[in-house]
Design a binder for this molecule. Structure first.
Ligand code: ATP
Ligand code: MG
Length: 715
């Protein structure tokens, strides 16, 4: 007898739900109901088998996904019958450590360092050790610490109560940084998983207790777990062996951050369940998704099908300018709301990198369409943007004390609290603004150390009197050290935001060329974007990066900024070559498969300051069969040629780093080979060195890339 709620599921999902014992893997494409099956399985364990929720660990990828999963579960089980073991792996490790960290002598209220705290601590170490930021960036410093933490038993050497940390040890970068952490009982992200693993490994009673307690473990989006995640999951499930993992190798989008999709593919399962019916999208959307992902070579082919009605055509819009692109998006939304009964919350606008939200946000504000940035900050509220704008504000108006206070010490000029309070007292006594007080007293010993700052502002005031706003902004960014600090931190996202601000100012100047606008006019105009009052809980359009959109679904989806260099990201391709391109393509697949009713793919012409290139339509658009979408807007055919040229240039760059090396010999295409697991197959191609072959296997028709040493020729 089946409980009624299982009637919502198809037979394979039901099998997944009812296969409660052993190591079960669900492999399936987007929108096939993996997360749904996982949620129902939780309810099944609790409602039907009577498992206490305290014995079920259910892991998702982000805090938001965990919150959503808890909500879904709450609808199916009695109130109180689920607990906070529905969380991310880090969330779980923190809960674990609050109970267990005493074992390594740490208090249970240990501190967790966020990214900024970690950087600040790294800077202190670097300063003390005299490591110049020009020699090593903070990011590199921290990466080296992270790698060393992965390799060494630093917990025994540095963290345990009896650890003997000598002054000599503190002279190394690693020793210095870690001892600072120990002094504060502060854990960074790596420590949270490292210490959890350590305790599970070294303390048998802790291991047994948790292994016993966690009767059932379930993991969503398992293709994006990293090695630490896997180790912890495997350890925790070692006793009961009830491990249920779901994932989709085509949606692996975090290899750049250490995810190990191969662990998902090679998982030793007792049972595999494959789902192939998509319940989310229309056939037209699905065709586009299947078409895009099929261009990836390094994958196991699988196609999704749906029984949904045909639905609307997928639309590609080509704008002559970025402004045209975002206007079109705004108008589509309005039209769908007026004619198709769509609500604001039905729309998602997705982009590859967060700086791309700027143009969209300004357009939506102009059209009075309310929006929320999912998992991020509004463009004009981002720190680096506020800093840059505050410089401009102070230059335009020396009496702007708010702007002054924001930037007097950004980047750091070592003007501390004492300096500020004495400046404030003098300003108050003289009834003058902070900046004017500082300028008037710059020759006094009290204030003279701020001379470089006053010189900078004065120089910019003079320069700005005759320059354009964008030139002034560039001067501010260069001479203040704002840009240099971001470069030293290798903070690419913030640098992109800064570039975007500059290009938006240029655009503003171009469109107001006739009006003779001043800096104050510009600042007044953008005040509209900085002083937005909006209710966070009202229904809104969602804007987000594609990474943030993983696992979510929306009736109407716009995938924007589809230009070569932007998406796929030139940076990723340069850094990770062909693997990077394939990961970008999987990201495109994730983006497309978020859409339920309609999909819009948009891009435009123009110059992109981040890539320093003219924009051409993305290769991902050119890979979609022409009969699968309709183009709106005038799209000159020669632009596709631009795409091809772009590909050519980039490919040459990639080749240059791997000099061509034709090896003699090797197996020719057509050769029959045998593999100990996959059976017999035929060679399709090889790499230059003949160390890896592309083989089509007879048994399942799949194409796989295999190392030569694993293949035997057969006659
Ligand atoms: P992704 O790979 O994007 O994470 P997924 O495989 O986790 O997708 P779900 O989010 O679980 O897919 O489901 C996609 C949509 O299909 C949801 O709206 C879900 O309610 C619906 N759905 C799933 N299974 C069924 C079913 N058997 N019958 C009807 N609708 C279903
Ligand atoms: Mg899912």
């Amino acid at each position: 007898m089946n409980p009624a709620f299982l009637d919502d599921l198809n037979s394979r999902q039901r099998e997944a739900v009812e296969s409660t014992e052993g190591r079960i893997r669900v492999v399936a494409g987007a929108g096939t109901g993996k997360t749904k099956a996982l949620t129902y399985r939780y309810a099944y364990l609790v409602n039907v088998l009577g498992i206490d929720p305290a014995n079920i660990l259910c892991l998702t990828f982000t805090n938001k996904a965990a919150a959503e999963m808890r909500q879904r579960i709450a609808l199916m089980v009695h109130s109180g019958d689920y607990n906070d073991f529905v969380c991310t792996i880090h969330g779980f490790c923190v809960k674990f450590l609050r109970k267990e960290i005493y074992r390594i002598g740490y208090p249970k209220n240990f501190t967790i360092l966020d990214e900024d705290d970690t950087k600040a601590l790294a800077k202190q170490s670097m300063d003390e050790l005299g490591i110049k930021r020009t020699e090593k960036t903070v990011k590199n410093f921290l990466e080296a610490i992270g790698s060393q933490k992965a390799l060494e038993d630093y917990i025994t050497t540095f963290l345990l109560p009896g650890a003997k940390v000598t002054d000599e040890m503190k002279k190394s970068a690693f020793g210095n940084y870690v001892s600072r952490q120990v002094k504060l009982y502060a854990l960074d992200f790596d420590d949270i998983t490292n210490i959890t693993s350590y305790i599970l490994d070294r303390f048998e009673d802790a291991r047994e207790k948790w292994q016993n307690e966690l009767n059932y473990i379930m993991v969503d989006e398992a293709q994006d777990c990293n090695a630490d995640d896997w180790n912890i999951i495997e350890k925790l499930s070692a006793r009961h062996r009830n491990l249920f993992i779901v994932g989709d190798p085509d949606q692996a989008i975090y290899e750049w951050r250490g995810a190990k999709p191969a662990r998902f593919v090679d998982f030793a399962s007792d049972k595999d369940i494959i789902l192939d019916e998509n319940y989310r999208s229309t056939p037209k959307i699905l065709d586009v998704a299947n078409c895009v992902i099929s261009a990836n070579k390094n994958r196991i082919p699988k196609d999704l099908f749906t029984r949904k009605e045909e639905g609307r055509a997928v639309i590609h819009f080509h704008g002559k300018t970025e402004k045209e692109e975002v206007e079109w998006i705004g108008n589509q939304i309005k039209t769908l709301m007026e004619n198709a009964g769509a609500k604001l919350s039905d729309f998602a606008i997705l982009y590859r990198s967060s700086y791309l939200s700027r143009a969209i946000e300004q357009q939506l504000l102009a059209q009075k369409l309310t929006y929320t940035i999912w998992g991020g900050t509004r463009f004009f509220e981002r720190k680096e943007i506020k800093d840059a704008i505050s410089y401009l504000k102070l230059i335009a108006n020396n009496n702007d004390d708010v702007a002054f206070e924001r930037i007097i010490n950004v980047p750091s000029r070592k003007l501390g609290k004492a300096f500020m309070s004495s400046l404030k007292a003098t300003a108050e006594a003289n009834m003058m603004s902070l900046y004017n007080t500082l300028r008037a007293g710059i020759d006094t010993p009290e204030f003279s150390k701020a001379r470089p700052f006053v010189d900078l502002i004065e120089d910019c005031i003079t320069f700005g009197a005759t320059s354009s706003i964008s030139d002034l902004l560039n001067r501010v960014l260069d001479f203040s050290g704002l840009k240099k600090a971001l470069r030293e931190d290798q903070d690419e996202d913030r640098l992109e935001n800064i570039d975007e601000l500059v290009s938006s100012v240029r655009f503003y100047e171009e469109t107001h060329a006739e009006d003779g606008i001043s800096l104050s006019d510009y600042l007044q105009d953008i005040a509209l974007y900085t002083n937005q009052d909006y209710r966070k809980d009202s229904p809104t359009i969602k804007l987000m990066t594609i990474h943030q959109a993983k696992g979510l679904e929306f009736p109407y989806v716009f995938v924007t900024g589809l230009s070569e260099g932007i998406f796929p990201s030139m940076r990723t391709i340069r850094e990770y070559k062909k693997n990077g391109e394939e990961e970008e393509r999987r990201l495109m697949y994730v983006a497309i498969t978020r859409a339920e009713k309609a999909l819009f793919l948009t891009e435009s012409e123009g110059f992109n300051l981040s890539t320093k290139m003219n924009k051409y339509p993305s290769r991902f658009l050119s890979e979609i069969k022409r009969n699968m979408f309709v183009t709106e807007g005038y799209m000159p055919e020669e632009l596709w040629r631009g795409t091809r040229n772009f590909l050519h240039v980039l490919d040459e760059e990639v080749e240059e780093e791997f000099p061509e090396k034709e090896e003699e010999g090797g197996l020719k295409p057509g050769t029959k080979v045998e593999h100990h697991i996959f059976g017999t197959g035929t060679i399709l191609s090889s790499n230059k060195e003949n160390t890896t072959y592309e083989v089509k296997f007879d048994r399942d028709g799949a194409v796989r890339f295999l190392r030569a040493t694993f293949l035997k020729t057969i006659d």
